[in-house]
Design a protein around this ligand. Structure first.
Ligand SMILES: C[S@@+](CC[C@H](N)C(=O)[O-])C[C@H]1O[C@@H](n2cnc3c(N)ncnc32)[C@H](O)[C@@H]1O
Length: 264
């Protein structure tokens, strides 16, 4: 049985993402030179959810200091840099960051790539950024409130935090594929969810042995209430459907959530 209390999930998840990065997974596949050339010419998009960002969330980026938080993989950071932003990409996985470094070198872009844990942004001064861009990744840490507090600290007044995360409903159901086949969603895990606490020992050990990242399903109080508690004001909220449903619930509920928060 796994000793979950002493499990170093950060090291485990870093290694899992290092592995995904070299396997060219969807979140680790660098953008092409054409996409960078288009961004340089003013045609760019950076996604928090499968669909485009809502209008008004990030219409112009030239001259902005942007922190791409837990957002490595050679995707958003180089596009935003090509569009004229001054970009720092921060991520736990060096191999994910290498994807950004590679695109920057290939296409002659300036960007900073910094390794660390999203809950500790002490590498950055207070008010160092105009925008924090934080696509789905906080399921890899057990507590999100430190992330929101650190985002608030490193943003200037008037700065914005654009973040996305899963609707916590995705973590609740029993994942036995037989239920999905029968069209049944059987609630099995109360929120907040954590692989380390909620999977049985055999399932957890198998997951760890496969080298998969361990995940945590945060409540909406932690996700949205936590941003408000950190001092942010919500300026926008967006839901989006999962284009490739993995769970039955994905077919009924838009399971991607995104927020546009302002530091007053
Ligand atoms: C789904 S990927 C998101 C990046 C991707 N470019 C995208 O399009 O959304 C999740 C990222 O979170 C990073 N990550 C996981 N745990 C982290 C942590 N504790 N601190 C910082 N980054 C972390 C992973 O290395 C990975 O690059």
């Amino acid at each position: 049985m796994t000793a979950t209390h002493s499990f170093d999930y950060l090291a485990h998840n870093r290694a899992a993402w290092d592995q995904l990065a070299v396997q060219d997974c969807e979140w680790s596949r660098p953008v092409t030179p054409d996409i960078i050339a288009a961004a340089r010419a003013g045609h760019w998009e950076a996604r928090l959810t499968p669909g485009p960002l809502p209008r008004g969330w990030l219409d112009r980026v030239d001259g902005l200091r942007i922190l791409c938080l837990a957002s490595a993989g050679g995707q958003q950071a180089p596009v935003l840099a090509a569009a004229g932003a001054s970009v720092t990409v921060f991520d736990a996985s060096e191999k994910q960051l290498d994807q950004d470094r590679r695109v920057a070198e290939r296409d002659g872009l300036a960007l900073a790539a910094v390794q660390g844990d999203m809950r500790d942004l002490s590498a950055f001064a207070d008010e160092a950024f105009d925008v924090v861009f934080h696509p789905i990744s906080n399921l890899y840490v057990p507590d999100v409130r430190p992330v929101w507090r650190e985002c608030f600290r490193v943003l200037r007044r008037g700065g914005r935090l654009l973040s996305s995360f899963y609707n916590p409903i995705v973590f609740v159901g029993d994942r036995d594929p037989e239920y999905a086949r029968q069209g049944v969603i059987r609630p099995a895990y109360p929120l907040p969810y954590a692989d380390l606490k909620d999977l049985d020992a055999q399932a957890l050990d198998a997951k760890l042995a496969r080298g998969e990242a361990v995940v945590f399903g945060h409540s909406l109080s932690d996700q949205i209430g936590g941003q408000l508690e950190a001092g942010f004001l919500l300026a926008g909220f967006h839901e989006d459907h999962q284009p490739n449903p993995r769970f039955l619930i994905d077919k009924f509920v838009p399971t991607f959530l995104a927020t546009h928060a302002l530091k007053p």
